[in-house]
Design a binder for this molecule. Structure first.
Ligand code: SF4
Length: 274
């Protein structure tokens, strides 16, 4: 059985950057100081667990904290939260991914120019929540500005744009805010689907971009499993398969991709778990 790993497996640029920022801040942590992240700094429970061991504290709101430092995650934070941080005089370290910042700046510009803003994405995702907070109240305007969540599935974004164009708006401005890494990861996954009869998608169950990769795999009809770690693999998945493709979300470390490959190799040699 062949094992093929997608070209873009492992951490993306924005996630690597956010983890480096957090690790550097944690290295400089003095005795009484506290460093918080508002929600998970990246959507990978195992990586977040490693940062917790180094002293990071994950909080869900600002109510309980008085001082210290807050790291804004790679997904960005809503305007109200940033205002509250400033008001409470909490030190802020911004690890928002530059691709997310780019999308935020587009929303700011559209708002200033009087456009009604449509964000195509998962409304419960922190990145979209932050974008919505910048866009503010829905404005009735004939001028429409459309952007997507940075990790949106390209095909879904195109379908949404088609629907918007069917409406009778006087002007529609469309921005491609899907980040390069997401586009490359989705293409690399599609190209594996041509050769493989089994796909393993590695990444946090709470990771939007990983779930989209899994959705692409499932829609292709190829048997696909979404796992977070190598311990979830089962030997029976590989019986009678010729080629297994491995792809991963943007917040999956290279080391985890390596562990999954090793476990699959082991399965072809010994009994492993059934
Ligand atoms: S997936 Fe793209 S937008 Fe998201 S953190 Fe990575 S590089 Fe940035």
């Amino acid at each position: 059985m062949k094992i093929k790993v997608a070209k873009c497996a492992g951490f993306c640029f924005g996630v690597k950057r956010a983890i480096n920022i957090a690790e550097n801040a944690l290295k400089e942590l003095k005795n009484e100081e506290k460093i918080y992240s508002l929600g998970a700094i990246i959507h990978n429970p195992q990586v977040v667990e490693g940062l917790l061991k180094k002293g990071l504290q994950v909080i869900s709101g600002l109510e309980t904290i008085k001082g210290g430092t807050i790291i804004i995650s790679s997904h960005g934070a809503p305007v109200e939260i940033l205002k509250e941080i400033k008001k409470k005089k909490i030190k802020l370290i911004d690890a928002t991914c530059p691709f997310v910042k780019y999308a935020q700046n587009i929303v700011k510009g559209l708002k200033k120019d009087g456009y009604r803003i449509i964000i195509v994405g998962d409304s419960a995702h922190p990145e979209v929540k932050a974008l919505k907070s910048i866009a503010g109240k829905d404005k009735l305007s004939e001028k429409i500005g459309v952007i997507s969540q940075t990790t949106q599935n390209r095909a879904d974004y195109i379908n949404a744009i088609k629907k918007i164009l069917e409406e009778d708006f006087s002007e529609v401005k469309i921005f491609n805010t899907i980040c390069n890494d997401t586009s490359k990861r989705q293409s690399a996954t599609r190209s594996l689907l041509k050769d493989c009869d089994l796909m393993i998608v590695i990444g946090g169950k709470n990771s939007a971009n990983t779930r989209r990769l899994w959705q692409i795999c499932k829609e292709s009809g190829v048997v696909s499993f979404h796992i977070e770690t190598e311990l979830e693999l089962k030997k029976k998945w590989f019986k009678g398969k010729n080629c297994v493709g491995i792809t991963s979300g943007a917040s999956t470390p290279d080391s985890m991709v390596g562990k999954v490959v090793e476990m699959i190799k082991r399965f072809t040699r010994d009994k492993g778990r059934e």
